[in-house]
Design a protein around this ligand. Sequence first.
Ligand SMILES: *Cc1c(COP(=O)(O)O)cnc(C)c1O
Length: 431
Amino acid sequence: MSGVKALLQRQSKQIQDQSGAASLPFFIIFEYAKDAIETMTDQALMNTYGTRAATLVKGDGAWLWDADGNRYLDALSGIAVCGLGHSHPAVAKAVAEQATTLTHCSNFFTIPNQELLAEKLCTASGMDNVFFGNSGAEANEAAIKMARLHGRKKGIKLPTVLVMDNAFHGRTLATLSASGGRRVQAGFEPLVRGFARAIFDDMESLTTVADNNASICAIFVEPIQGEGGIRVASPEYLQQLRAFCDQRGWLLMLDEVQTGNGRTGKYFYYQHSGIMPDVVTTSKGLGNGVPIGACLAHGEAAELMKPGNHGSTFGGNPLACAAALATITTLQDENLSARAEALGDRIMAGFRTALAGVEHVVDIRGKGCMIGIELNKPCKSLFPAAMAAGLIINVTADSVIRLLPSFIMTDDEADQVVAILAPLIKDFTQD
Ligand SMILES: *Cc1c(COP(=O)(O)O)cnc(C)c1O
């Protein structure tokens, strides 16, 4: 704040000098103070996100408002986070009540909300137990540590996790090392050792890598690659991976940070395939906006972690678990994962009709409320174009428009997404 003060003093001295006035009216000083504080706030943030698109100050259901009062239809949901939409009353109530009861106490103590949430997650997924962290990357760190414990148990000196091209698992050192895009790794070498890489959705590549590396003890894969461009694997891929892992005594670990929590029509995506993973991680939609992550284990994998192996100060605290409990309860009571699937089908069908025959549109794909529209050229500029038209979207992997709407969108709102975006895509592809 002393920096702000100094800047303020400099600036007010400058206008005094310019105007020749001995003192300035208060409102002018106030305007300068506001500017100075805004500039300082901007400069006080580490520049990891570049220029921000807008200042959003309010959300309600599928809608967001900026500081100037403009309204936006939200087809991003804070990147697959707010599946129940913004400011959901059940989540807001649970958070408010828990905040005035007990926000945090530490994992030295029994946390009833944590046990309740773990039970609900296990019932919803068929998994056996849960470790709670605060984010997707942390959930994935837990999974990677479990793979190493599993490998050591098998007598492997350098336990290695097989990960995929184009994968995204997070920004911590281990998870960026597991990620497939050089973009997240460049500049942060040395990378964490113990990862081998195969081509996504390609059993031939997987087999080649596996046959040449005796240290592999687990596969870690997103069932739909999210950041990688909504790449949906073939329907039999997960079954093939399950069989492969069974043959070799490997753990099958799924990163459902983005696909989980009802987004694709089941609680977890693997439930479409009939298989059980050994480990599954999730986070984004788990607390509808309150930070929480989870690593779930099944069968023998559920016995890998022992007291002292892992921990988190905040992980699974009463407040975060209250939010997640309200989220999963609402999701189940209102059968919103089925709604997510129907809504996604409607939106995809809408785009297939509206964009039929449009040159440059390569593919429209996805599952439930996880939708990708791939163009044959980079299309980042569609994001500001959509914002100007009152719609929030995302572009990932350079040329894939990614839509991650909330499951509480009405049919009419879903149709508006298509009605606003399809003409923008047509215009863009004609340039
Ligand atoms: C977002 C994401 C992560 C990272 O989650 P953070 O909460 O940002 O750490 C990991 N894996 C997948 C598949 C994701 O979509």
